[in-house]
Design a protein. Structure first.
Length: 170
């Protein structure tokens, strides 16, 4: 009833078989290449987040283009792509990151495109953000300011009132 057509089959088409030996004879044979190196063409896997353990105290600034998870204590400024502050962690300094997830304590300014305070978070300082989420139970003392570019430090620093650096009476 139906006959198989050779039109869509791979391989030489009618009339090309006679031309092929001539074309092959005129071109030098290509050297056989080794197996393709897929590691170069495949996208690089994202490295895991750097973790500062709960028994570690860092005095100084931290800067990375990757992700960092703090479980210990940091006395200094932190700049990262994604910053996760663990429940037992304490940061005393300014935090600047694309994404900030706070489970622990931060004393200082927080600047991020996305800032999330979980129910165990304790933040004492101003938050400058593009989007923010504050879960029920989070402790927050400071001001919240929305900015289209919260990572731009010059505008945010000049917007802070001069009295913010003065010690406050309790």
């Amino acid at each position: 009833m139906f006959s198989k057509s050779r039109i869509n089959e791979p391989g030489p088409k009618q009339g090309e078989e006679a031309k092929k030996p001539e074309a092959a004879a005129s071109k030098p044979p290509l050297p056989k290449s080794p197996a393709p190196d897929f590691a170069q063409s495949a996208p690089k896997a994202k490295p895991p987040a750097s973790v500062l353990s709960s028994d570690l105290t860092v005095v100084g600034n931290l800067k990375t283009s990757g992700d960092i998870q703090i479980e210990g204590t940091v006395e200094g400024d932190i700049r990262a792509h994604l910053l996760t502050v663990g429940e037992s962690a304490t940061i005393k300094g300014e935090v600047v990151a694309d994404d900030v997830v706070v489970n622990g304590r931060i004393v200082g300014r927080v600047r991020g495109l996305k800032v999330r305070l979980t129910s165990t978070a304790k933040v004492e300082g101003d938050i400058i953000h593009k989007t923010i989420a504050i879960e029920s139970g989070a402790h927050f003392e400071g001001s919240v300011q929305r900015a289209d570019d919260p990572l731009g430090g010059a505008k945010a620093a000049s917007a802070a009132p001069a009295s913010a650096t003065a010690p406050q009476a309790e």
